[in-house]
Write a new protein. Structure first.
Length: 421
């Protein structure tokens, strides 16, 4: 793809963009004068699809009109409501339906998955995470270690970038496993790193972990709806992700969970269970011995919040209609254009720390600005450009293919140029 400078080029790209009309299906926040924000934080909280309200209203109406009967009689019966999400979600992450369920929130799911897939012994108990893992993931791992009676300082093994580098090198993970593999029980890695935007090779991570008999789990918070992780083929044991980032399902919305098919029928896996883990056919007899459902559904605990699921359904129906292939195609172009314009600035202070190879990143670029402080972020915000600031000097900026335009990107870089001069 060859890019050009100038506003005209961005306008032409928007005109030729087959997904351009999806922008009008979202509420785009505006300033007091009615001017639309340039919203680049779909990696933090995705914008609201206009259809979300209709989907939630449907459930409010059914609740008002049917009360408890809504479990069976609602237009979308609540009892199997989560099943309406499974197929679309499975497609988004490249999984089989039996491998996926929507439930709880992300960190909760990580804990529940570790109950099953982190089974340490006295000698094989360590957990590998990225050195700049998302804090919640680190705390989850730390407290799992402590729960099992281990010292977290000793039990956490960090996969770090090399000196003076930002990105992770897969050979270093291999090295860690070769050195300490006998002591490592689990790898829990962010598939797309929240800070650098680096998209790691999940298949290779799974292979490296499995070669030393470790379980491999992936946090896909920054991957779901952004890249195509092909979870089933990757062979990882489990994964979890939230739906409020790229999946536009609303603040604090429910999370996705993946358990690889190879574990689907293993009833000996330890787990924490609730009535929603139990066989659907006998769930309401209320007397049974626990009969855990096969597949990811067997990790559910509770009957789920339908209002939140309605918002997820609104979003997934849109993703299903567009398809990840078309989304990725636009995303690579749009982020490539963003990168091109930033490089055109030729500003020695600016460094993009996200990988250059489109196969090793999603839509986010993490832009390091030497000697910058948070005032840069404030100035962008004052100019209606919503980005995400990470101390000490990184702006994370995610042009998402569903609602961002080439002109958004053009205008953002023009403004950045103004501010930096
Ligand atoms: C966003 C994010 C979380 C947030 O966890 P919640 O349980 O949804 O609050 C956790 N881990 C990563 C990697 C994230 O990007």
């Amino acid at each position: 793809m060859s890019y050009k400078t100038g506003l005209d080029f961005s306008k032409r790209q928007d005109q030729e963009d087959k997904l351009a009309h999806y922008r009008s299906k979202f509420h785009i926040p505006k300033d007091n004068n009615g001017k639309e924000w340039l919203y680049f934080t779909g990696n933090s909280l995705g914008l609201q699809p206009k259809s979300t309200q209709t989907y939630i209203q449907q459930e409010l109406n059914d609740w008002a009109n049917l009360g408890v009967e809504g479990h069976f009689e609602a237009k979308n019966p609540w009892l199997p409501y989560h099943e309406f999400l499974t197929e679309s979600m499975a497609k988004i992450v490249g999984a089989k339906p039996i491998e996926v369920v929507v439930m709880n929130t992300l960190t909760t799911n990580l804990h529940l998955l570790m109950v099953s897939f982190y089974q340490p012994t006295k000698t094989k108990y360590k957990i590998v995470i990225e050195s700049d893992a998302f804090p919640s993931d680190r705390y989850a791992v730390q407290t799992q270690l402590e729960f099992h009676g281990f010292n977290a300082k000793d039990g956490i093994v960090e996969w770090k970038p090399r000196e003076n580098e930002e990105l992770l090198n897969i050979e270093d993970l291999e090295h860690i496993l070769n050195e300490q593999g006998d002591e490592i029980a689990l790898l829990l890695i962010g598939g797309v790193n929240y800070y650098t935007g680096q998209y790691l090779d999940l298949k290779r991570i799974a292979k490296i972990g499995h070669a030393k008999n470790c379980m491999v789990g992936i946090d896909l918070a920054h991957g779901a709806g952004n890249i195509k992780p092909e979870l089933h083929d990757s062979g990882v044991d489990f994964a979890a992700w939230c739906t409020y980032k790229y999946l536009n399902s609303g603040p604090g919305s429910l999370a996705g969970l993946f358990v690889h098919e190879k574990h689907a029928y293993n009833k000996n896996l330890k787990r924490f269970a609730g009535w929603w883990s139990h066989n659907k056919d006998t769930r309401f007899n209320m007397r049974q011995q626990l009969d855990v459902m096969p597949g990811a559904e067997g990790w559910q605990l509770s009957n789920p919040p339908i209002l939140s699921m309605a918002a997820i359904k609104a979003s997934l129906d849109m993703f299903n209609e567009v398809g990840m292939d078309a989304l990725r195609e636009k995303s690579e172009k749009l982020t490539g254009y963003f990168e091109f314009l930033i490089n055109q600035l030729n500003n020695q202070k600016i460094k993009i720390i996200t990988p250059k190879n489109p196969k090793e990143r999603g839509c986010q670029l993490s832009i390091q600005v030497q000697n910058a402080d948070k005032s840069l972020h404030h100035k962008l915000t004052e100019a209606n450009i919503i980005t995400d600031w990470r101390e000490p000097d990184v702006i994370r900026c995610a042009p998402t293919p569903l609602y961002n335009t080439y002109q958004d990107v053009f205008n953002m870089v023009e403004k950045l140029k103004d501010i930096l001069n």
